[in-house]
Design a protein around this ligand. Structure first.
Ligand code: FAD
Ligand code: DHB
Length: 395
């Protein structure tokens, strides 16, 4: 009996993961005439529905527009010129337009992923969902291999010039390229996130400090609200029935003369909070980008924006290298990216530390209130927050 081996293919860049990082990298490379293959272990439907980020920096919006992904973003995105910081029974507005001449935009990650998948498929790019047993090998040679089994059970082997590991925090690529150094902080709380079919009760996001825990009121559309609650890291979703979620949100956002509207909860999920940075972001011909290389806690909304900046830089570097034979930007990718990653890591840690409470730690509580007061009364302190939040500081 003849044994058949895997089906062989050839591409320039093999990309693991069809999250925002992998899909955008493939899109940017295609615009530069560089072909890629993207493999993803979940279904298209799952990728398009997974609730996560919602807030885009100005630079992210500009980039998406420049590369032909601006149509729906322009029609449905909601531009915000600031945020509210709430603490000690007061709500203060920070005006980003005035402080930094910049804004942010609400446009859900689900919508970016839908736009990118549609663009990849319309461009005839090779995009495989529901694959299994993804592996990368030979990364220290000049012909790295990407292996996977397609949804029909057929094994494939793709010979690449370069592989991009865009497979998130639990992916296989960071294991294939072991880190020399890792910096990590695990926080003792999670975010319980809910998507509710109710008009937002606010015009801009509210970050609320409360002795019983942080709460965030975000927005998805004029009809849909996105809300988050700080909960102990040991909690499980079953401990948070809908009425308990609304009671906690009402308690933490409470302000005389203001009402939080309630509605049916459509989706509920728990996210443990973690900071993680690894170095280097490259081994041989395997480059890591997005959550595969770093994780920030969500307070401050940096994760997706960082992933977009990573792949924008990586696409330029690979275009110069594979297109013109100049490897300098590719060689600089890991160090250049880390500088930006550390700025976002510090800002996300700072926002998290200022807003999340630690039960019984009154010293910490007093420091947080002092920091919040300074941030809402000192123009210099407010500008620092605004520059980091809008991404002006990372440019
Ligand atoms: P991912 O989105 O994780 O994509 C990786 C992909 O790789 C996945 O589709 C996965 O299925 C696939 N994959 C994994 N392993 C394999 C394998 N072996 N083979 C094939 N495919 C594989 N960021 C912001 O900027 N703004 C926000 O407002 C914000 N809010 C957030 C709120 C929450 C509750 C959470 C959880 C995150 C938030 N983030 C935010 C962070 C943001 O969602 C992530 O940083 C972003 O998803 C990173 O994109 P990525 O493409 O690097 O990784
Ligand atoms: C959202 C998430 C964040 O982490 C944040 O800081 C702001 C907004 C959101 O999902 O809308």
């Amino acid at each position: 009996m003849a044994l058949s081996g895997p089906v062989s293919h050839r591409t320039r860049v093999g990309i693991v993961g069809a999250g925002p990082a992998g899909l955008l990298l493939s899109h940017l490379l295609a615009r530069a005439g560089i072909e890629s293959v993207v493999v993803e272990n979940h279904s298209r439907e799952y990728c398009e529905k997974r609730q996560r980020a919602g807030l885009l920096e100005h630079g992210t919006v500009e980039l998406l527009r420049e590369v032909g992904l601006g149509a729906r973003l322009e029609a449905e995105g909601i531009e915000h010129g600031g945020i509210y910081l709430q603490f000690a029974g007061e709500r203060h507005h920070l005006d980003f337009r005035e402080l930094t001449d910049s804004t942010v935009t609400i446009y859900a990650q689900t919508e970016i992923v839908k736009d990118l998948i549609a663009a990849r498929l319309a461009g005839g790019q090779h995009l495989e969902f529901s694959v299994t047993d993804t592996a990368v090998t030979d990364i220290d040679t000049d012909r790295p291999l990407l292996h996977y089994t397609d949804s029909g059970g057929v094994r494939h082997e793709v010979t690449c010039d370069v592989i991009a590991g865009c497979d998130g925090f639990h992916g296989i690529c960071s294991v294939a390229a072991p880190a020399e150094q890792v910096w990590e902080r695990v926080y003792p709380f999670s975010w319980l996130g809910v998507l509710a079919d109710v008009a937002p009760s606010t015009d801009e996001l509210i970050y609320a400090h409360h002795v019983d825990g942080f709460a965030l009121h975000s927005i998805r559309s004029p009809e849909v609200s996105r809300l988050y609650l700080q909960v102990p890291a040991t909690d499980e979703i079953s401990q948070w029935p809908d009425d308990r979620v609304w009671a906690a949100l009402q308690h933490r956002f409470a302000l005389p003369g203001w009402t939080l509207q309630e509605g049916p909860i459509r989706e509920k999920s728990l996210t443990p909070l973690r900071s993680y940075v690894r170095s280097p972001m490259r081994r041989g011909r395997l480059f890591l980008a997005g959550d595969a290389a770093h994780i920030v806690p969500p307070t401050g909304a940096k994760g997706l924006n960082l992933a977009v900046r990573d792949v924008a830089r990586l696409a330029t570097a690979l275009t110069e290298w594979l297109g013109q034979g100049d490897p300098r930007l590719a060689d600089a990718y890991a160090d250049d990216s880390l500088r930006r990653v550390w700025r976002a890591t510090h800002f996300s840690w700072w926002m998290t530390s200022m807003l999340h409470t630690v039960p019984g730690d009154d010293f910490n509580l007093a420091l947080q209130l002092s920091q919040l007061r300074q941030t809402t009364t000192s123009r210099a302190a407010a500008t620092t927050l605004a520059e980091n939040y809008t991404g002006v500081a990372a440019a």
